[in-house]
Write a protein that binds this ligand. Structure first.
Ligand code: DC
Length: 221
């Protein structure tokens, strides 16, 4: 049986940085489910479909063939055969993703893909509903969070380092709006699973968080 670790938490808590590092050191694959939802949002934006138009998105989502491959341990997302990794991390796609990801038909399609990956591989999967819906039997569940001000500052520093113009207040407002939407949607809202370990990273360094999670992995394996 494969060993599955589920990491959930709000935007900017450090999930992908931490998950990538832990997966590499422990020899698991890293499944970034946010990237799959982002690819779906990208498909809608490219095809002129309003992400908030539930019916249009549900109708068109069948046209997005999303697959995952691993190249040198890095997850590559293919949208209808094209490697779209480079287009997924913009704020525009991030905000549209939070909107399309509330749509049940979109979730059903991507959850099936995620469950198939987890059944076949030892993996560490991050997202919003992994411990609660996608992998309810994961051997380890973590809820990773941090204060919204700390998360906004981290995102701001990340964008600045890439040379992108940004505004801290706007980033914090977007993060809080996204949290609200992710936590209050009807289908699979973001919440801590009852059996998840809470890790608040507001005052922790990246290395401290990695160490803490690796310790938990070793305990459960
Ligand atoms: O983790 P991220 O920032 O790449 O996620 C982008 C959006 O996708 C986020 O607003 C919520 C949504 N998402 C989701 O609904 N379920 C997941 N398992 C992963 C992401």
């Amino acid at each position: 049986m494969s060993f599955n670790v589920a990491i959930d938490g709000p935007a900017g808590a450090g999930k992908s940085t931490i998950a990538k590092a832990v997966a590499k050191r422990m020899g698991y694959i890293y499944v970034d489910t946010g990237a799959m939802y982002r690819a779906m949002a990208l498909y809608m934006l490219r095809n002129g479909v309003d992400p908030a138009d539930t019916e249009a998105v549900a109708e068109r989502c069948g046209g997005a063939d999303i697959t995952i491959r691993y190249e040198d341990g890095v997850q590559v997302v293919f949208l209808n055969g094209e490697n779209v990794n480079a287009f997924l991390r913009t704020e525009e796609v991030g905000n549209a993703t939070s909107v399309v990801s509330v749509i049940p038909r979109v979730r059903k399609k991507l959850v099936e893909l995620q469950q198939a990956l987890a059944a076949e591989n030892d993996c560490l999967m991050d997202g919003r509903d992994i411990g609660t819906c996608v992998l309810p039997n994961a051997q380890l569940k973590i809820y990773l969070t941090a204060d919204s001000g700390v998360r906004a500052k981290r995102r701001y520093d990340e964008l600045k380092a890439k040379g992108q113009e940004c505004d801290l207040k706007k980033i914090q407002a977007d993060i809080e709006e996204r949290d609200y939407r992710d936590m209050h949607r009807e289908t699979s809202p973001l919440r801590q699973a009852e059996d998840a370990v809470l890790v608040d990273t507001s005052k922790m360094s990246i290395e401290e968080v990695i160490e803490r999670i690796m310790e938990l992995c070793r305990e459960r394996q």
